[in-house]
Design a protein around this ligand. Structure first.
Ligand code: Q0N
Length: 326
């Protein structure tokens, strides 16, 4: 678990994995456990991690949002709750396929110092994390599209000629990546994963990743959302492979409105399109800080996140939140 060495020490971790989050203030995260309760282990762009006890961690999803790789100053109210609600929903839907790290999410299941975070917090079992991001792609987009244009392959997987941007692939592909020390993850071949982890574990991660993607994409499509790709994290608990982190959220996956997709174009993002459109119309150079968002863009984005949960889970977010606070 080298990526969990105390970020207070200031060594080793990726730039997006540091104390104090992205605001640069150096203070504690906005949503932190109370009292002298839980040790802050570190923060990503969007989420904060705490130690709950020897065997458990607390993952807290903030309302921070990033666009064009920059965390914006304006939070999107309720976004962290949507990420948490969606992860809890999917982990339950996938429970027969793969065991997961979730140990509690209702207030009554959280450490007392974290009960006020119910709805945006997950208590999880502490695992030995697999040092690769497990990515499945069903559409030709992003770095996959760039790779294909340059090489005719995606991460070394050859594809038919003549494919267009955002084309659906004949079948989903597995494109693992290293958790990069500097900035962006680096794609690796499955053979490279097998060199580190051995062929058995490597193959199991591939099979699980593709099956999680297939099941998620099939469910989402029935609700009018295309799941273009997704990034999963796994850990080991003894010999068991366990699904960890957030799962099939708009932050770990590309969600597209099914009606907005057509090959040859970069499809709109289900959740972030208002933010991207507004930033692009305001000729921002994509270097921080981003301009402040107008309230209607923030409100429209918050509504899209809520809608994503409600369509996928088939349940009002408020009903889930009431359960989480119980
Ligand atoms: C873990 N990350 C990367 C917070 C999450 N169950 C676990 N056991 C041990 N370590 C981790 C988990 C989980 N999940 C996962 N770091 C530690 C994901 N971070 C990104 C930033 O926000």
């Amino acid at each position: 678990m080298s990526e969990l060495t105390a970020p207070e020490g200031g060594s080793g971790g990726p730039p997006e994995w540091s104390t104090g989050g992205s605001g640069g203030s150096g203070g504690p995260p906005e949503w932190s456990p109370g009292g002298s309760g839980l040790r802050h282990l570190g923060s990503g762009k969007v989420r904060d991690l705490y130690e709950a006890d020897d065997d458990h961690l607390l993952l807290v999803a903030s309302d921070r949002i990033s666009a064009f790789d920059v965390v914006l100053d304006d939070p999107v109210p309720g976004k962290g709750e949507v990420l948490t609600a969606l992860t809890v929903f999917w982990l339950d839907l996938l429970a027969d396929l793969v065991p997961n790290h979730l140990a509690g999410w209702r207030a009554s299941e959280l450490p007392p110092a974290a009960r006020h975070l119910a709805g945006r917090a997950m208590l999880v079992r502490r695992l030995d994390m697999v040092p690769f991001e497990c990515v499945a792609r069903g559409y030709l987009v992003g770095s996959g599209w760039k790779d294909y244009q340059a090489t005719g392959a995606v991460c070394g997987i050859p594809l038919a000629p003549g494919l267009r941007q955002a084309d659906r692939l004949p079948e989903p592909i597995y494109t693992p990546a290293t958790k990069a020390e500097t900035g962006h993850d680096e794609n690796v071949s499955e053979a490279q994963v097998a060199e580190t982890l051995g062929p058995d574990l490597s193959g199991r991660l591939r099979d699980l990743t593709l099956e999680v993607y297939r099941r998620g994409a099939e469910h989402a499509a029935r609700r009018g959302i295309l799941l273009a790709d997704t990034k999963l994290e796994f850990g080991l608990d003894g010999g068991r492979v366990v699904l960890a982190d957030e799962v099939l959220t708009p932050d770990s996956s590309r969600f597209w409105p099914a009606g907005g997709w057509s090959p040859g174009h970069s499809p709109p993002s289900f959740d972030k399109q208002y933010v991207r459109d507004w930033l692009q119309d305001h000729s921002w150079d994509q270097r921080p800080p981003a301009p402040a968002l107008p309230p209607d863009v923030v409100a429209g984005t918050a509504a899209r996140y809520r809608e994503a949960y409600e369509r996928l889970a088939g349940r009002p977010l408020d009903s889930w939140l009431a359960e989480a606070r119980s």
